[in-house]
Write a protein that binds this ligand. Structure first.
Ligand code: NAP
Length: 549
């Protein structure tokens, strides 16, 4: 339980849960509008996902100049990003700077995990309680809880028996970990592992990577930002930001080619002859980053087109990885490229050429159990791999995990957990019917994790502020999503996903990584530009689908 002053029935205009990008910007906007607000944050400092994910090699795979706040040109001007893709420490420093610059810390209570949020219909007010004993009341609650904030503990037999240190990438020790001279095992090969593996391999005596499903990864081609280039870029920052908000690239940035080339270079990956096709793919590969998925218009809708691009990546893996068996094991084949989150790496595949690195393909040799001193493989392998340290890069209960952990009770005392038992339902991913005055920043049903999160966060926070202004203008005490509008939106989100290859992978987008979680495609696939236009249309239509009372 946290020390310090407690809120004891204190009343605020709004309560915000979380002090990452979303919570910080939300509290800033509320403050600017003259509203009182309390932010509860479980960590000891601001940062959200960037506070917890401190594993070696952690950096953002959206470009720094795009993955940063756009609301303050002065902030944009004064902050100097050092690299194309910022490291976790640099992003954390940035968020600390934002908190100080806008004096946001005084509204934040740290080391407070929100446990309950209960709506009182008569008073039109929420009561929020924390594990630090706070009780606070507010008409408005904003869930700024993040999409990837609840690390998953994998169900692997014997995990508790391991006697050496265990580290979760999503909850890494603040003091850092020295792997020098150690035999390290990494379980998982998602974005976190793919960033951590090359760095751990350079430190450890031996590294064993336990791979259940190979992931597609493209090179980051990260580099320091040239001060002259940066100064020139900043002259056109507004134009770039407009592109991030409205462009097809889901706000990711891709600064080295935009805004000149919005469109993918191929209408269809199936059209060009082999030489042209390879040259175009190579151009994207050399540019680096998640933009690779825009190489062809039909990349995410046509399986054959997707397979042709995947084959290009397989060839790149084979060219890089010297041992043919390891190279084959690293080639993803069981799902279309991009239907699991594309990874962006620095030297991931080349790391498997190191003498001290071994890949274990769990498809062939599954983990039988974890023992006190290592990992016992079953199947044909029948082998025990001795380890000193274990790294679990096993992912998150994504998008709904953080919200489901809070006991949220809306109209009639109904819980959010019950409402979402068969999968999340939210209007625009922004409000949930029967939970008035409760906003979910980048909630399920919004572009969120398929976009640059900062772009999407700013849009949702601005929408909250517009909604509160509308309430005031109408003299309303409550706003709620209509059940029918919510049903329609959920159907639209599903329909949009079904028109793509996205549901074809057992991804965390679908909840497939969490045993027992209902399989519902959670993010909205149409991109930030289309989503923003839809939201603007709804507002222009007098907040269609929302009821003010
Ligand atoms: P993840 O993508 O969900 O990867 C988890 C990995 O652990 C997968 O390879 C999974 O295999 C494996 N795994 C899970 N349970 C296992 C088990 N019982 N036995 C063996 N393997 C198991 O998680 P993540 O890497 O933390 O990334 C999550 C998301 O966070 C990313 O997709 C991205 O959106 C975000 N992220 C972003 C950055 C960045 O900006 N650079 C960095 C890190 C993360 P299966 O595939 O077989 O399930």
């Amino acid at each position: 339980m946290a020390e310090g002053t407690k809120d004891e029935g204190t009343r605020f205009d709004a309560i915000v849960v979380g002090a990452g990008f979303a919570g910080l910007y939300m509290s800033h906007r509320l403050r600017e509008a003259g509203k009182t607000c309390r932010v509860y944050e479980a960590g000891t400092d601001v940062g959200g996902t960037w506070y917890w994910n401190r594993y070696p090699g952690a950096r953002c795979d959206a470009e720094s100049l795009a993955y940063s706040f756009s609301f303050s040109p002065a902030l944009e001007d004064e902050w100097e990003w050092s690299e194309r893709y910022a490291t976790q420490p640099e992003i954390l420093r940035y968020l600390g700077h934002v908190a100080d610059r806008f004096d946001l810390r005084r509204d934040i209570r740290f080391e407070r995990r929100v446990e309950r949020a209960v709506y009182d219909e008569a008073a039109c007010e929420w009561t929020v309680t924390t594990d630090g004993g706070d009780v606070a009341r507010a008409p408005v609650v904003v869930m700024a809880t993040g999409c990837l904030s609840v690390p998953l503990v994998p169900e692997i037999p014997g995990l508790a028996d391991f006697e050496g240190p265990k580290f979760y990438t999503g909850a890494w020790p603040h003091e850092g970990v020295d792997f020098a001279g150690r035999r390290v095992g990494v379980i998982g090969t998602g974005s976190s592992a793919i960033q951590a593996i090359p760095v751990i391999a350079a430190q450890a005596a031996a590294l064993t990577v336990f791979q259940r499903t190979p992931n597609f990864s493209v090179p980051a081609h990260n580099h320091a930002l040239d001060p002259d280039w940066l100064a020139d870029f900043k002259k056109h920052y507004r134009e770039h930001r407009r592109f991030h908000r409205l462009g097809l690239a889901s706000g990711f940035g891709d600064l080295e080619i935009e805004p000149k080339e919005f469109e993918p270079l191929m209408n269809s990956a199936l059209e060009p002859d082999d030489e042209t096709f390879d040259a175009i793919c190579e151009q994207f590969w050399q540019t680096g980053g998640a933009i690779f998925l825009r190489v062809a218009q039909d990349m995410m809708t046509d399986e054959k087109a997707n397979a042709r691009v995947a084959d290009f990546v397989h060839r790149k893996i084979r060219e890089t990885v010297k041992d043919p068996e390891t190279a084959e094991a690293l080639c993803p084949r069981s799902y279309p490229m991009g239907t699991k989150r594309l990874c962006v790496d620095t030297d991931y595949y080349a790391t498997f050429n190191r003498e001290n690195v071994r890949l274990v393909d769990l498809q062939k040799s599954p983990i039988d159990r974890i023992t006190a001193t290592g990992v016992r493989l079953g199947g044909d392998a029948d082998e025990e791999i001795e380890l000193d340290s274990l790294v679990l890069a096993t992912g998150f209960d994504a998008m709904t995990g953080a919200l489901s952990k809070i006991d949220v009770r809306g109209v009639g005392g109904g819980t959010l957990a019950d409402k979402w038992a068969a999968g999340p339902r939210a209007y625009l991913g922004f409000m949930v019917s029967d939970f008035p005055n409760l906003f979910t920043i980048t909630g399920p049903g919004s572009p969120s994790v398929l976009s640059n999160m900062v772009t999407s966060i700013e849009q949702h926070v601005d929408l909250v502020m517009d909604c509160l202004a509308e309430m005031e203008a109408r003299g309303a005490r409550t706003v709620a999503a209509d059940g029918e509008a919510e049903e329609g939106w959920v159907a639209h989100v599903n329909e949009a996903a079904s028109a793509t290859l996205m549901p074809k992978a057992g991804s965390w987008y679908l909840g497939a990584n969490v045993p027992g979680k209902p399989r519902v495609f959670m993010p909205y696939v149409a991109g930030v530009g289309i989503y923003r236009q839809i939201c603007e249309g709804i507002v222009e239509d007098g907040w269609r689908g929302f009821s003010f009372a």
